[in-house]
Design a protein around this ligand. Structure first.
Ligand code: ADP
Ligand code: MG
Length: 240
């Protein structure tokens, strides 16, 4: 499980995370919503150790992410992250892109990495695009390739940061369907998203972030149906 305790983080004079407390259980799907600049992306990058924190702690299955002794490469195999956009290597085919990390980081043989890439690309519905170059994929297909690339490391946790925000509206559905599939398979996920319908359907809990504070966290029916926090109410009213 992911245990976040009183995490504070500033960029210069700007305090971006103001004491976040949050526990995500194994198998849970948590979505994070909130306005731009509320600290959602920063929290995700702190969870997998891409950004240091100023105080507090984050433990993943008992390992303290920001402890000096922690092997971050190993931790990041366990915690995959997918961003709004991933720039695949244009001169490598889709399968070669997905094979890269299993080869280099896990040290797998070519045949082993190939088998994993074929499996995960099939899993996200790209089984027919293995030998294609990324530039020939649609935005939705590129995001599914990015998800396959993360899954190729056999992560136990997945962090998704607005993975549909850069997509044409027509392509959003196929990527959300891939996330739904992972959720139904029991993947532990934290999804930052603006897709309220998706958040309502797929989440065990929804957290609303406002100015570096987790202003409210509740099951979706509660957070969307009867939000308690005035800032949540204002935010939700504005997104309808
Ligand atoms: P969100 O994902 O909720 O939109 P972010 O976590 O990206 O918010 O950003 C929170 C605040 O921190 C914003 O004001 C942003 O400009 C600032 N910020 C984010 N990353 C950096 C950085 N690397 N350096 C300085 N400021 C940053
Ligand atoms: Mg963000």
């Amino acid at each position: 499980m992911i245990e976040i305790r009183n995490v504070r983080k500033s960029f210069g004079p700007l305090e971006v995370l103001k004491g976040i407390d949050l526990t995500v259980a194994k198998g849970e799907v948590l979505t994070i919503i909130g306005g731009s600049g509320s600290g959602k992306s920063t929290l995700l990058t702190c969870i997998n150790g891409l950004e240091p924190i100023d105080s507090g702690s984050i433990h993943i299955d008992g390992t303290e992410v920001h402890a000096k002794s922690t092997n971050l490469d190993k931790l990041r195999q366990k915690v995959g992250i997918v961003f709004q956009q991933w720039n695949a290597f244009p001169h490598l085919t889709v399968i070669e892109n997905v094979m890269l990390a299993p080869r280099k980081v896990l040290g797998l043989s070519k045949a082993e990495a190939e088998a994993i890439a074929v499996k995960q690309l099939g899993h996200v519905g790209l089984g027919d695009k293995l030998k294609v170059y990324p530039g020939r994929l649609s935005g939705g297909q590129q995001q599914r390739m990015a998800i396959a690339r993360a899954l190729a490391m056999s992560p136990e946790y997945m962090l998704f940061d607005e993975v549909t925000s850069a997509l044409d509206p027509m392509l959003v559905g196929e990527v959300l369907d891939t996330l739904r599939m992972l959720a139904s398979e029991g993947m532990t996920m934290i999804c930052v998203t603006h897709e309220m319908k998706f958040a309502r359907e797929v989440s065990d809990r929804v957290a609303f972030f406002h100015k570096g504070v987790m202003a409210e966290i509740a099951p979706p029916e509660e957070l969307f149906g009867a939000p308690k926090n005035p800032e949540t109410q204002t935010f939700l009213a504005a997104t309808h």
